[in-house]
Design a protein around this ligand. Structure first.
Ligand code: GTP
Ligand code: MG
Length: 364
């Protein structure tokens, strides 16, 4: 019951000059709704499912310019069940051995070339930390992922974080592939793991279910090829697409402050192509991309869909899980970042007041 003119007037008063036909950003919609006491379901409340399905990542304009993009996989599971070891084998490196206390501390993102049927195919892996304290990060990990690979140690079975990981994947609506790991170990009982999985609703294909389960040894590399083949098969069914020819959009995987480089953020580009010199807004931060680095630390000029990339040039450290977007000018970026900061401040106040609102962090 509010006139268009009134809303335009309100937007003008906030320094936003809509031209009458443009779409309003989510943040602007929130501002307007708050002004008129209208409830809006969005932002942190956006259901993880919707994010994961990337409904918001693709626009209508993209539809006739879509190209295939590599799948983004998240490896999840209980502490020490072998997630990093599996990724090491796939990448043929030795990350697990050099980690502090053998526990993964951040979300690593890697682009991997997988040889399948004589061709190489690209996929992107996210290695999420398995420790309970990192539940929040894992919850965010599910937003950007196309497929969840749940690692379960055959000598240990389903543990609390296995169930948690399965719940995250289910909530995100992404296909689940189970890697039953450590089958080389004495005391490994993969069939008991399958039994346990089926008791919580994950049925193997052999039993008429639809959850692929592959018995592997990440340490020895046994059956890892089968696992990769299964992954690529499931990925193909998803027909993953993006439009490389547009301004970049995606999600922050991790971010921190580097003594010499300033704020450093790892992104997954989900649509469009991020280029050096682009102006980006990223949560409450904004800036001009000064340099881009690939997952091997090499400087690159651009990063297309499904590419993990490290970015310097932001004015502040964003949060893992924040979305980023390339925009037309520093002016626009600054305004959007300010809007976002204002909204977050309000949300924190409402959260403190304890109105029972559910946010992603309170879920984790
Ligand atoms: P967090 O990052 O702490 O959650 O652990 P993770 O799941 O990444 O486990 P990680 O890869 O660090 O492996 C934990 C331990 O299990 C290491 O000592 C590995 O060598 C061992 N391990 C992993 N996979 C296998 C396997 O297939 N067989 C055997 N025998 N040991 C394995
Ligand atoms: Mg690990």
């Amino acid at each position: 019951a509010v006139s268009e003119g009134e809303i335009m007037g309100y937007l003008y008063s906030k320094g936003i000059k809509p031209d009458g036909v443009q779409k309003l950003s989510k943040d602007m919609v929130k501002m307007v709704c708050r002004e008129y006491d209208v409830e809006v379901i969005d932002g942190e409340q956006v259901r993880v499912e919707d994010m994961a399905k990337k409904k918001e990542i693709l626009d209508e304009d993209d539809l006739d310019k879509l190209e295939d993009r590599p799948p983004v996989l998240t490896i999840m599971g209980h502490v020490d069940h072998g997630k990093t070891t599996l990724l090491d084998y796939i990448r043929k490196t030795k990350v697990a051995a050099s980690e502090a206390g053998g526990i993964t501390q951040g979300i690593g993102a890697y682009k991997v070339q997988v040889p399948i049927d004589g061709k190489t195919q690209t996929c992107v892996f996210l290695d999420t930390p398995g420790h309970e304290a990192f539940g929040a990060m894992r919850a965010r990990g599910a937003r950007v992922t196309d497929i969840a690979v749940i690692v379960v140690a055959a000598d240990d079975g389903i543990r609390p974080q296995t169930s948690e990981a399965i719940a995250h994947a289910k909530a995100a609506g992404v296909p689940i592939i189970v890697a039953i790991n450590k089958i080389d170990k004495d005391g490994a009982n993969p069939d008991r793991v399958i039994q346990e999985l089926s008791s919580i609703g994950l049925m193997p294909e052999d039993w008429g279910g639809d959850t692929p389960m592959v018995k592997i040894s990440a340490l020895k590399g046994e059956n890892v090829d089968d696992l990769l083949e299964t992954i690529m098969l499931i990925a193909e069914l998803q027909e993953l697409k993006a439009n490389p020819d547009r301004n970049a959009k995606g999600t922050v995987i991790e971010a921190g402050l580097d003594k010499s480089k300033g704020p450093v953020a790892s992104f997954i580009v989900q649509n469009g192509t991020l280029k050096r010199g682009d102006v980006i807004v990223c949560g409450e931060a904004f800036g001009k991309v000064r340099a881009l680095f690939d997952d091997k630390g090499r400087q690159v000029n651009e990063a297309g869909p499904s590419t993990p990339v490290q970015v310097i040039g932001l004015d502040n450290v964003p949060l893992a899980g924040d979305e980023f977007e390339a925009v037309d000018s520093l002016d626009v970026a600054r305004k959007q970042a300010e809007l976002r900061a204002e909204l977050m401040r309000d949300e924190r106040i409402t959260e403190k007041a304890g109105d029972g609102k559910v946010t992603l962090s309170s879920l984790a």
